[in-house]
Every structure is written in structure tokens, then in C-alpha cells.
Design a protein around this ligand. Structure first.
Ligand SMILES: *Cc1c(COP(=O)(O)O)cnc(C)c1O
Length: 239
């Protein structure tokens, strides 16, 4: 093994242990939680190593970085998740490689994603990104729709050709009433998920939890955790 492969293997093993412990503590089966490795800012060579270590779900947050990386990895069986704030002028590119867009937070994006999926002859999974700290009608500082906008957006995705409504995603707020209260934030997201599943039973994916708070997310009931730093290392600069 190369040094980088050893490092990534050791990090992955530690994250796996954390997930196993968190599932056990929550009385959940390990299979109920899927690890998505967030590879943003790291090179395609790392994605390739991770694939060799058994990773099948990866996530990116910027199209400029993600598009060439995905293109360099087309020979690998990987699901690509897009988790960043998405501008409509990037939608066509993102829709060409992403399997799931986790950051759907406005109807304009739904229209653009649907058109792009249609043009590309692809089906795109969509998660509604919820900003737990946003007021009615606003969007969150890190993207996301305010909780009272979930239903309308979910109905729009469900009705849009080429799109599949998969569930909800959130990033724990840094400010507002949920700042520093990840478990409470993720519990709230689960309530919204239950409500959503009343009208859209198949939309049962709940993406929550990152390197620092994956245990809280698993305890609350998340089905997917998005882990970057704990697997790949601390990112240089912002990312
Ligand atoms: C970067 C990022 C992650 C991973 O964060 P880490 O703290 O590095 O695990 C998860 N979700 C989103 C939306 C991200 O942008």
C-alpha cells in the first residue's frame, strides 16, 4: 500500500468504528446508515484510492472541482452526490455526472434540474436542503429552504420529469437557536422527514451529520452521513 492509501484506510476504519458504535448506541442496524465520503478539494487520485477501499458514494460541493474529477473517474462504479449551493448556470454540468443533488432549495432550481435531466436522458435523485435557522420565506446562510417551504418544493420535485424525490438534507446551523445543538437540529429534521413521508412515502432518505457530529445524526435517525475531514484530512483553506 502507498502511504496515502494506508492513511485513508486507517481514517476510513476509524470512521467505520464510529458509525458502528453510534448505530449500536441507537439500537440501529449498521446497514441503516450509508457513509458518503466528501472528497471536495482532494484530487481524483484520492477518489480512486477510496474506491479501491470499498467506498461507493462520494460528494462534492463545487461544480468547477467536481466536473473534472467525475470525468477522471468514469471507469469506477461510484454514485456522485452534489451537496453545495448550486447556481442555475451550473445545473447542466452537475446534471451530467451527479446521481443525487442534495442541495435543492428553490423552485427555479427544480425547473432547471428537470430540464437538464431531460436533455441528458438521466434521472436525478433530489434532496430538499432544509435551513433549520431560516425564517419563513428566506434561505439559509449556507443554502437551504426555510422549514415552511419544504412541502411546496417537495411537491415540485415529485411532479418534475426526470427528477426523483429522495428525501431531506441539512447542515447543522452555526447560528440561531440550533447553534451548538446538533442533536436537537437533527431531531427537528427527522420530524420534517416524517411529515414529508406522509405524502411521499419513498422519500425516506435523511442526509445529516458530518465529521464532527455524525453520532448525533445517527442517534436522531439519519440514513446518510457526509464525512470529509475525518476520512481525507483537514482541507487546506476554505472548502
Ligand atoms: C464539506 C461538507 C461536508 C463534510 O464536512 P466535514 O466536516 O469535512 O466532514 C458535509 N456536508 C456538506 C454540505 C459539506 O459541504
Amino acid at each position: 500500500m502507498t502511504e496515502r492509501k494506508e492513511q485513508l484506510a486507517a481514517n476510513l476504519a476509524r470512521v467505520e468504528e464510529r458509525i458502528v458504535s453510534a448505530c449500536a448506541a441507537a439500537g440501529r442496524a449498521r446497514e441503516e446508515v450509508t457513509l458518503i465520503v466528501v472528497t471536495k478539494t482532494y484530487p481524483a487520485s484520492d477518489v480512486r484510492i477510496l474506491h479501491g477501499l470499498g467506498v461507493r458514494q462520494v460528494a462534492e460541493n463545487r461544480d468547477q472541482d467536481a466536473a473534472p474529477k467525475a470525468a477522471a473517474c468514469t471507469d469506477l462504479s461510484l454514485s456522485w452526490h452534489f451537496v453545495g449551493q448550486l447556481q442555475t448556470n451550473k445545473v447542466r454540468s452537475v446534471a451530467s455526472y451527479a446521481d443525487v443533488v442534495q442541495s435543492v432549495d428553490r423552485t427555479k432550481l427544480v425547473t432547471a434540474l428537470s430540464a437538464a435531466a431531460g436533455r441528458g436522458g438521466r434521472e436525478l435523485g433530489c434532496l430538499i436542503q432544509v435551513a433549520l435557522d431560516a425564517e419563513s420565506g428566506e434561505r439559509g446562510a449556507r443554502g437551504g429552504v426555510a422549514p415552511d417551504g419544504i412541502e411546496e418544493l417537495a411537491d415540485a420535485v415529485a411532479a418534475a420529469p426526470g427528477l426523483r424525490l429522495d428525501g431531506l438534507m441539512t447542515v447543522a446551523p452555526l447560528a440561531g437557536p440550533y447553534a451548538g445543538r446538533q442533536r436537537a437540529a437533527f431531531d427537528r429534521l427527522m420530524e420534517f422527514s416524517s411529515r414529508l413521508r406522509g405524502n411521499h412515502p419513498a422519500a425516506n432518505m435523511v442526509s445529516a451529520g458530518m465529521s464532527a457530529d455524525l453520532e448525533d445524526a445517527i442517534a436522531a435517525g439519519a440514513t446518510h452521513v457526509r464525512v470529509g475531514t475525518a476520512v481525507l484530512g483537514v482541507r487546506p483553506g476554505l472548502g
